[in-house]
Design a protein around this ligand. Structure first.
Ligand SMILES: C[S@@+](CC[C@H](N)C(=O)[O-])C[C@H]1O[C@@H](n2cnc3c(N)ncnc32)[C@H](O)[C@@H]1O
Length: 299
């Protein structure tokens, strides 16, 4: 049998325990991906429940649709940004839900497809859009932004200490030829870094690529806006669980949840973020940086 694309869901048991979905309830997977978490959510909601899956990426939705086909419950899959969750749910006549899961970032399916432009170790067009039909690509950014702006982005969103050197190298190179591919950009970054510079186990271009991806997809603003929208669609007692993969995301989640608790709008379900066990990290290296936080709506 042909093997479909693969993405191992991060911290599935923890996410399901925190969401604690009732049988017959309604829940949203706001970052459906290939549907790994969604299958587990469906098992808990079935047979009388309703699962809604949202993703910006049409290709991911198509794969998830196949994976979820045949499950014994009502399922709606919707293309869009979870920051518009209220509007997207209105369209399918759902007002409030028992749970929302956000498993942030991109999936291995997107990362491993060179045509999507996320992979620094493979040749591909410098795209990086999750919603391939919308907005500027990473190619637009690296060929258009000023050196100062590129340095700011790479420093802020990549937390890369050599951001200035990388920005300078990009601007120097693009004066000679347009930068259009992932391998071309990865090469420019590598040559801009001091020899022997490594950041632990990660590829030296990881942080600059992360920075560009965050800007191309407006990820941090989507998250900040999306969290508010997610709280609004929860029923009283409903739960929101977020899995974040880098400190910028996790900070937004932490500060937003803390504010809601202070305002009496939510109760915390995690005092500290949950992280994967040594065993799970071994099995799923991407899970190593995962931080899981959850709240329960009060009002
Ligand atoms: C880490 S993957 C999710 C994997 C999924 N939990 C699974 O088990 O297969 C994140 C997915 O969320 C999508 N995504 C990221 N940000 C989004 C946003 N703001 N709105 C909708 N989808 C988003 C990405 O396109 C990607 O498919």
């Amino acid at each position: 049998m042909a093997q479909g694309p693969i993405h191992i869901p991060a911290m599935p048991q923890e996410a399901m325990r925190l969401l604690d979905l009732p049988s017959g309830g309604t829940a949203v997977d706001g970052t459906l991906g290939l549907g790994g978490h969604a299958v587990l959510m469906a098992e808990r909601l079935a047979p009388d429940g309703h699962l809604i899956g949202i993703d910006r990426d049409r290709a991911a939705l198509a794969h998830a649709k196949e994976r979820l086909a045949g499950l014994d419950l009502k399922i709606d899959l919707v293309q869009g940004n979870f920051k518009d969750i209220g509007r997207l749910l209105e369209k399918i006549k759902v007002q409030a839900v028992n749970g929302v899961l956000l498993d942030l970032g991109i999936s291995s399916f997107q990362l491993n497809d060179p045509k999507r432009g996320f992979a620094f170790s493979q040749e591909g067009p410098l795209d990086m859009r999750m919603d391939a039909g919308q907005g500027d690509t990473a190619e637009d950014l690296v060929n258009r932004y000023s050196e100062a702006e590129l340095a700011r982005i790479i420093r802020e969103y990549g937390e890369e200490r050599f951001a200035k050197r990388i920005a300078k190298a990009i601007v120097y190179r693009r004066a000679q030829e347009k930068i259009t591919t992932t391998a071309q950009l990865a090469g420019i970054i590598l040559r801009a870094l001091p020899r022997g510079y490594t950041r632990g186990k990660i590829h030296p271009a990881t942080r600059a690529f992360q920075a560009l991806r965050i800007v191309v997809n407006d990820e941090l603003d989507s998250l900040a806006e999306g969290l508010e929208q997610c709280l609004n669609v929860l029923k009283p007692g409903g739960r929101l669980c977020v899995i974040a993969f880098h400190s910028l995301e996790d900070r937004i989640v932490k500060n937003t949840f803390r504010r809601w608790v202070q305002e009496g709008r939510a109760g915390p379900l995690t005092k500290k973020p949950l992280q994967c066990s040594e065993q799970e990290c071994e099995a799923n290296p991407r899970g190593r940086s995962a931080r899981v936080r959850a709240i329960q709506r009060i009002l």
